[in-house]
Design a protein around this ligand. Structure first.
Ligand code: SF4
Length: 322
């Protein structure tokens, strides 16, 4: 997987883009654009109710990334209907949808409740599958067995918030689980043939740039299908905001130009078989205490990263030591 065919500009993932892109991955499965539709099904989080911890992760404010149509008082079907309408106004192309259980921990409920919620989403016309966001400590064999059964009929992915490969960081941000817990959840999920994703944050306090770069090698060894990355943003009303305002020198937030250079170097070291869904995150400005990177939209950021890959004639996995 580490060799590119420079003559035809075809990379191990089978297209000409210089990274293993999520949108192309879905086109290769469905032959067309697939749109994710977010749902807030009213789940909670064990890191808030005392099961794993209290207070939640120090950076967390779910409102900062929940689309406006996602309100748990609305049924799953209604949220899907409104989500499809919302996306139709922006893109006309998508005809297939994935129900994205995004807010809080979407396996944190008894199995009979999960079955009811997931089945309601899967029975909505045009929904081809589920993306289930959750924590590494919110999954067990019974739930995995059920999800495995679903994955034989639909596109199903379980996405774990891992955030960092270092336990000192996970402890500092009050994640309430260790990196070993995350590895175990990823391995058990992928071991059943379920698409497994993970989410990581760059710029968390106490981590050096070198440690962040070294995560490429650690993540590359996990049996992940997809990954999402984003830069740390300080969100209003969080415990981290207080920490940041009290002691800003404790934080080394990425400026855009530094992040661009860092991310290219990271991508060069990342296993080319892992599909990359996001490079950055964007909380709405009204939630942000840290500074924005100008007014760049996600698609512009992707273009800038691809342009830089081209200028440097490099690509995902060029320095991967698999
Ligand atoms: S980031 Fe996820 S796991 Fe952490 S407190 Fe928020 S919902 Fe819970």
């Amino acid at each position: 997987m580490s060799v590119t065919d420079k003559e035809s500009h075809s990379y191990p993932w089978g297209h000409e883009r210089r990274f293993n892109a999520y949108s192309n991955y879905f086109r290769s499965i469905y032959g067309a654009r697939v749109q994710k539709v977010s749902i807030d099904a009213g789940f909670t989080c064990p890191n808030r109710d005392g099961t794993s911890g209290y207070g939640g992760c120090t950076y967390c404010n779910n409102n900062a990334f929940n689309p406006s149509y996602c309100i748990p008082e609305k049924s799953v079907s209604q949220q899907i209907r409104e989500g499809i309408e919302f996306h139709k106004r922006r893109y006309t192309e998508a005809v297939s949808y994935l129900a994205y259980f995004q807010a809080f921990s979407n396996t944190y409920a008894p199995i009979d409740i999960l079955i009811k919620i997931y089945q309601e989403a899967l029975s909505y016309p045009g929904v081809k599958g589920l993306i289930i966001g959750t924590r590494p400590d919110c999954i067990d064999e019974e739930k995995l067995d059920y999800i495995k059964g679903l994955s034989e009929r639909y596109y199903i992915a379980v996405e774990y918030g891992i955030e960092s490969c270092y336990n000192k960081t996970l402890s500092r941000i009050n994640r309430g689980h260790t990196f070993e817990d995350a590895v175990s959840a990823v391995e058990r999920t992928a071991g059943l043939g379920i698409n497994t994703g993970a989410h990581f944050i760059f710029g968390l306090p106490g981590e050096t740039r070198k440690e962040m770069l070294d995560e490429a090698g650690i993540i590359s060894k996990l049996p992940l299908k997809t990954v999402k990355f984003h830069q740390l943003q300080i969100i209003k009303g969080t415990a981290m905001e207080k920490e940041f305002l009290n002691n800003p020198s404790d934080f080394e937030l990425f400026e855009w130009e530094e992040y661009l250079d860092f991310f290219i170097r990271f991508l060069e070291r990342l296993n080319p078989s892992i599909v990359v869904e996001r490079f950055t995150g964007e909380a709405p400005p009204r939630f942000l205490t840290s500074e924005r990177w100008g007014k760049k939209r996600t698609d512009q950021i992707v273009n800038l990263i691809e342009k830089r890959l081209e200028e440097l004639d490099t690509w995902q996995g060029r320095l991967y030591e698999g």
